[in-house]
Design a binder for this molecule. Structure first.
Ligand code: ATP
Ligand code: MG
Length: 336
């Protein structure tokens, strides 16, 4: 029987294993939503042109991400795990849609602008053309299965807005083909990095990974950026804007403990070490079951491969159906 549930499309770039930002910003929502929606979880390996000289990292990350997904409880029986480039229809739709997106529209995209600036700082060559156009491919990814909902971190909102505009424009010009998808931002819209940088990110090397062992997590937490104005444990500290407390708020379920730490911190009655030790303990408690499931799947690489193969194969059929409609809407049937 055909699946009648509304659809979700969301994705991740295969640039490394997944971190706490992905968990609180995106994955948590995905896990819940897979009950109610037919979900397409995409590994966006067409969209990593900034890793062009590091293809081995990308190839390894495809498998790492699938493992992380299984570890946090995404279910390949209910949802589709998809490798983007094995469905070349994505490239075709990207090209057609790029007819309907102005250059200025992309140049003004604030997320793209910030990412390009960051990239330009770190390389001698100019940014690849494919990087500049990756948001168009994201539009194609979302429209391909005609998704209704796109659960993402806050940084992705400009891309979803563009998707809505493109869907409207396409439908106006060629007839109703695509639903206008809604964005859904997670519990923590943008988790700061360990270094206090605005976003925890694979590329910025400021992340705690879901697969980090307990010692690594503790070491990373102990080295976290805190309140730079506080030199001694007896100095009154700042809780606002302090990454250690942001993580407590995001991940420590013991709110009484967090309130007590905050109260003592502003009075100068607790050291950073204790605040950090309690955070590390809370994180490790949360990550333990994820690590266990990850290890279990890591011992069964065939099951991981099978999850990717099954989801990709199914999604390719969905893509073929959409492309038949798109080609007919665009009057490409020259030879019929
Ligand atoms: P990269 O630095 O390679 O771009 P990334 O860590 O930004 O990696 P993406 O694959 O670009 O990860 O993002 C995947 C999803 O996770 C997106 O929905 C994004 O919004 C969300 N996300 C990533 N980092 C964070 C974060 N720090 N806080 C909240 N959500 C995040
Ligand atoms: Mg990113």
């Amino acid at each position: 029987m055909a699946d009648e549930r509304k659809r979700i499309l969301t994705g991740i770039r295969p640039t490394g294993a997944l971190h706490l930002g992905h968990y609180a910003g995106a994955l948590e929502n995905w896990i819940k939503l897979q009950e109610e929606y037919e979900c397409f979880f995409l590994i966006a390996d067409y969209q990593v042109s900034d890793y062009a000289d590091d293809i081995d990292t990308v190839r390894a990350a495809v498998y790492e991400i699938a493992l992380d997904w299984l570890a946090v409880g995404l279910d390949p029986e209910r949802s589709h795990f998809v490798i983007e480039s094995l469905i070349p229809e994505h490239a075709e739709l990207t090209l057609w849609l790029s007819w309907y997106i102005g250059l200025g529209r992309l140049q003004r995209n604030p997320t793209l602008k910030a990412e390009m600036a960051e990239l330009e700082k770190n390389r001698s060559e100019s940014v690849p053309v494919a990087f500049f156009t990756y948001p168009i491919m994201q539009v194609a990814n979302i429209l391909m299965p005609k998704a209704h909902l796109v659960p993402v971190g806050e940084d992705q909102l400009p891309h979803i807005e563009m998707t809505r505009e493109v869907a409207r424009k396409f439908n106006r010009l060629f007839g109703e083909v695509f639903p206008e998808p809604e964005a859904l931002v997670g519990r923590v819209p943008r988790l700061v990095g360990l270094d206090g940088n605005a976003k925890m990110s694979k590329s910025l090397n400021n992340a705690i990974y879901l697969k980090d062992d307990a010692d690594t997590v503790t070491k990373k937490v102990m080295s976290m950026y805190t309140d730079p104005t506080r030199l001694r444990a007896t100095d009154p500290g700042h809780v606002e804007g302090n990454p250690v407390f942001m993580y407590h708020d995001a991940f420590n379920p013991d709110t009484a403990e967090v309130d007590d730490l905050k109260e003592r911190y502003v009075k100068g009655a607790v050291g950073d070490v204790e605040v950090k030790q309690k955070l590390a303990a809370a994180l490790n408690t949360m990550l333990d079951p994820i690590r266990e499931r990850r290890a279990e799947y890591a011992s069964r690489p065939d099951a991981v491969r099978e999850a990717l193969a099954k989801g990709t194969e199914h999604t390719r059929k969905v893509a073929a159906e959409t492309m038949t409609e798109v080609r007919s809407a665009l009057k490409l049937n020259y030879l019929e």
